[in-house]
Design a binder for this molecule. Structure first.
Ligand code: 5AD
Ligand code: SF4
Length: 349
């Protein structure tokens, strides 16, 4: 059955149904190798050998939210909180750009101390001074904020749906709803951002059927980017003691997403690289075409522990970027030329 779904998907991705996705997620070990090979083939056909680098700056670890899975949650009193000054953010971005990184990802907890005006000022300066695309990953904001940030020059926005199961979403993200998150994602689309979403694999309470829904939701949303990583339990959260997401299941979810969304930018996530030393390489071999080296100033790195065992805590920007380039070359792939914007071609054509 897996073979039939794969051959259908290889001919026409639009034939891949929710049931087909579920069948692929249930593939046994031998079939999984065929799934990975198919995803690699689809990636090569649609996106070639280019792997895009996105330099990520974690500029604040302060967060008003209390997500049960996240080490930066409001109630975690053990976190030494920090905020980078705009000048520090600009310096980090300059350093990354000098290393050849052409996309800067500004990421933080949900931190209202950075007003939309402040962020807009930072984005404007980045766009004026450096030849970079700017991606924001700063969570829920008002539509007016999103509009202002877009006008200031932000190109892309990452806002993961985390889980497509409404009950699980509400339990894991107290005070927020899946409906609310989807509304924000639609605003971002409307405002002309290239939009990224994504989910965790192996969240407590997540079934394979929910994981299939996660993947189908990415298609429904028509996202230009999708980040899929394993859940990793943090000891200072309510989910401490739960098992981490499985490496192979995460890779299967990534591969299936590639079959469903042939032209979507899919990173080999940091979380994937954190549960296994070979995780990112394996991600690049089953559908991924993006790596996000961490270019946060070293002094702050250890304080952005969304989950424990995060890779690169002591790796300075130069080494992070070089390690990514070396990995790409070791796979006979090329560092992406240009900004690596979303493909203009509509899905399915
Ligand atoms: N394990 C893995 N990923 C996590 N994230 C948050 N907490 C965890 C965890 N414990 C991811 C979420 C979020 C991003 C900031 O990090 O997907 O969107
Ligand atoms: Fe805050 Fe994001 Fe962590 Fe939730 S996942 S607590 S919003 S940093």
């Amino acid at each position: 059955e897996v073979a039939a779904v794969l051959s259908g998907a290889l001919t026409d991705s639009s034939t891949l149904s929710r049931d087909g996705v579920l069948t692929l997620l249930q593939a046994g070990p031998a079939e999984t190798q065929a799934l990975f090979a198919a995803a690699d083939l689809v990636r090569g056909r649609n996106l070639g050998g280019e792997v895009h680098l996105r330099g990520i700056i974690e500029f604040s670890n302060c967060c008003v939210n209390n997500c049960r899975y996240c080490g930066l949650r409001r109630d975690n009193g053990k976190v030494a909180r920090y905020r980078l000054e705009p000048a520090e953010i600009l310096a980090a971005a300059r350093e990354a750009a000098a290393l050849g990184v052409q996309t800067i990802v500004l990421q933080s907890g949900e931190d209202p101390c950075y007003t939309a005006d402040m962020l807009a000022g930072i984005i404007q300066r980045l766009k004026e001074e450096l030849a970079v695309a700017v991606t924001l990953s700063v969570g829920d904001r008002s539509k007016d904020d999103y509009r202002l940030l877009r006008r200031a020059g932000a190109d892309r926005y990452l806002l993961k749906h985390e889980t497509a199961a409404p009950g699980l979403f509400a339990r894991l993200r107290p005070g927020t709803t899946l409906t609310g998150r989807l509304k924000h994602l639609h605003w971002l689309k409307e405002l002309g951002y290239q939009v990224g979403s994504g989910n965790m694999v192996g969240l407590p309470g997540q079934t394979l059927s929910i994981l299939a829904e996660d993947i189908m939701l990415l298609k429904e949303l028509g996202v230009e980017m999708a980040g899929i990583g394993p859940f990793i339990p943090h000891p200072d959260t309510p989910l401490a003691g739960h098992p981490a997401g499985d490496l192979d299941l995460t890779l299967k979810a990534l591969a299936v997403t590639r079959l469903l969304l042939p032209q979507t930018h899919l990173p080999a996530t940091t979380a994937l690289g954190s549960i296994h030393p070979d995780g990112r390489r394996r991600g690049l071999l089953c559908g991924a075409n993006v790596i996000m080296p961490n270019v946060t100033p070293l002094a702050y790195r250890a304080r952005y522990q969304i989950y424990p065992g995060k890779t690169g805590l002591h790796t300075p920007p130069l080494e992070s970027v070089n390690a990514a380039k070396t990995l790409i070359q070791s796979l006979d792939r090329q560092v992406g030329a240009g900004y690596g914007h979303a493909c203009a071609v509509k899905p399915g054509t």
